[in-house]
Design a protein around this ligand. Structure first.
Ligand code: AMP
Length: 569
């Protein structure tokens, strides 16, 4: 089946699908549509949002639903209100030409009385969140005796949100004769248990591998200490102009904090997390869809159900514990045939976690350097031209040439320079006197490693060779506001005998430190700044691990080379 017209779906459905611009079925649709149309078995489908799974289950069910009956025949359960609204909207679109079919969405955070009233319309299809469905069952507002098809959508998410009891109650309230379809992005023990207990001899479908890694997404990571994380984020955003992105945080507090930081710094950003009221969440999502904000700072749960296809970037402000969540987050970009970029900020002590993610997902995540002020200006200039030539093809307003003063004294280039200086003035002033963030992060600077960078490195190395720490001392002891930076009493700074010439990278240093400090106790050493120079390096490690570093590093080797670390003076 390469085209929808080759499926056996009814003309009413094909017409609606055609109007939505769907021509050929997606992979999951190719597999589920013929199965659901012809088989009576239950189904487990591994597929994530964005694969077209809503149409995959609803099109064949709509094809078979009894339009003359006014009983509920088809129930979809999903984890969030947003997903619930999205699915019911999709089903309404697909059944646009089935005039007797009614679909009602029922979810928490909205008036139950209104929903009870809309159930009086006798819909054949209910899309609901588990908690609200149970409330409605208890109020005898739902009659499930004629249910024929039950879909558990994002089953893994419903279970991880604690809906286990609700699901079990609903599953046992519905007739044994129903056909159950379980959709999940991941397969874990809980999902397996539910399927074992409530599905009979299910057929299994999986679209590619679980959470298939998309090839059109570039993955980058940036190592940065906790204290510099927000400033590093600012630089990444500035170096990627015209972005439309979701920035993932781990906790609600972190989400709000990062969004506040961005807003205070003049970015069109906002926060989306569970501490906001439903109305606030709706407003934020609407603003994001309309591109009134272009950076959405969100928790993983809150971002579910937000169906946006044109994201340019995904930023992992904090790494998730589960590698699949990393793939899932990143997969929000690179949709609809476009390329995407996933950027992760990694704390020095997270090297092991990054390694785990790399090996579990087989994604090539490439180390990049926090952009310098120069990098940022270059990118911004590119951004101006990109915007200039892609956004407005036609003039928006009539321009009266008599308003333009005589510019004949300037060449075309001079005028462009002036306009760019004018446009980027604030940003350029901000970065003008700023030091590069993680200063000597040129461990494997690629081809554009400029002469200036090299010169600066060399000067610094010379200073170091002479034992002269002034350059760094004066730079390090002040923060951006010019205030003296407190020396961290808990950390020890080490001199390390390997450097760039030995192909040493930051991640290698993290690995070496982690190995040297791994002891019987679970406590991990805190790692501070890492500075890789041409011939040697410096790193900071928590004081209580000083002995481990001193005694273990000499017994280890890096690419066959002896290693030595001593306390830097
Ligand atoms: P879903 O995985 O159901 O959230 O769908 C992801 C997106 O793909 C939605 O915006 C759908 O409207 C769209 N979509 C679903 N099936 C197709 C198809 N066969 N062709 C084009 N777009 C589709």
């Amino acid at each position: 089946m390469n085209l929808f017209t080759e499926s056996n779906l009814s003309p009413d459905i094909l017409k609606a699908v055609g109007e939505l611009g769907y021509e050929s079925p997606t992979e999951i649709q190719k597999q589920t549509i013929p199965f659901i149309l012809s088989d009576i078995r239950d189904l487990i489908a591994l597929a994530q949002t964005g694969t077209g799974k809503t149409a995959a289950f609803s099109l064949p069910i709509l094809d078979m639903i009894d339009e003359t009956s006014r009983k509920i025949q088809f129930l979809v359960l999903c984890p969030t209100r947003e997903l619930c609204l999205q699915i019911s909207k999709d089903i309404k679109n697909y059944s646009k030409y089935m005039k007797d079919i009614k679909t009602t969405a029922v979810y928490g955070g909205s008036s139950i009385m209104d929903q009870i009233r809309s159930l009086k319309d006798k819909p054949q299809i209910i899309v609901g969140t588990p908690g609200r469905v149970i409330d409605l069952i208890n109020r005898k507002a739902l009659d499930f005796s004629a249910i024929h098809w039950l879909v558990l959508d994002e089953a893994d998410e419903m279970l991880s949100m604690g809906f286990k009891d609700e699901l079990e109650t609903i599953l046992s309230e519905t007739p044994d004769t129903k056909q159950t379809f379980l959709f999940s992005a991941t397969m874990n023990k809980e999902v397996e248990r539910i399927s074992k207990n409530y599905l009979t001899n299910p057929h299994r479908i999986s679209v590619g591998s679980i959470n298939e890694v998309k090839k059109n997404i570039k993955h980058e990571y940036y190592v940065v200490g906790y204290r510099q994380k927000k400033e590093a984020l600012k630089r990444l955003i500035d170096a990627n102009p015209n972005q439309y992105s979701i920035l993932f945080c781990r906790t609600r507090m972190e989400t709000q904090e990062v969004a506040d930081f961005l807003m205070q710094n003049g970015y069109a950003a906002d926060a989306l997390h569970g501490d906001l009221s439903q109305a606030q969440r709706d407003t934020v999502m609407k603003k994001f869809r309309l591109k009134n904000i272009d950076i959405l700072v969100a928790t993983d749960v809150a971002a579910r159900g937000l169906d946006v296809n044109s994201l340019t970037h995904v930023i992992h402000y904090s790494l998730p514990d589960d590698p699949e969540v990393f793939v899932h987050r990143s997969g929000r970009t690179g949709r609809a045939g476009k390329d995407g970029i996933s950027m992760a900020l990694i704390k020095p002590e997270e090297s092991r976690k990054l390694k785990q993610i790399k090996s579990a997902t087989k994604i090539d995540i490439v180390e990049k350097f926090i952009p310098t002020g120069d990098d940022i200006i270059k990118a911004q200039v590119g951004g101006v031209f990109e915007k200039l030539f892609t956004e407005h093809e036609e003039d928006i307003f009539e321009f009266n040439d008599s308003l333009i003063p005589d510019l004949s004294a300037f060449t075309k280039e001079e005028l462009v320079h002036k306009l760019l200086q004018f446009q980027l003035k604030d940003l350029a002033l901000y970065y003008k006197d700023k030091h590069d963030l993680v200063e000597q992060k040129f461990s494997s600077r690629d081809d554009d490693y400029s002469r200036r960078d090299r010169g600066r490195d060399r000067d610094r190395d010379r200073g170091r060779d002479r034992g002269d720490r002034d350059t760094r001392g004066s730079r390090d002891s002040r923060d951006r506001g010019g205030k003296p930076r407190r020396k961290d009493e808990n950390m020890v700074r080490f001199f390390f005998n390997l450097g760039k010439k030995d192909q040493l990278k930051k991640l290698d240093v993290l690995d070496i430190i982690n190995k040297a400090t791994a002891g019987k106790s679970k406590k991990r050493a805190e790692i501070g700044d890492i500075e890789i120079l041409e011939k040697f390096s410096f790193f900071e490690v928590e004081k209580s691990f000083q002995e481990n570093v001193m005694s273990n590093i000499p017994s280890m080797k890096f690419k066959g080379k002896e290693m030595r670390a001593e306390v830097a003076n």
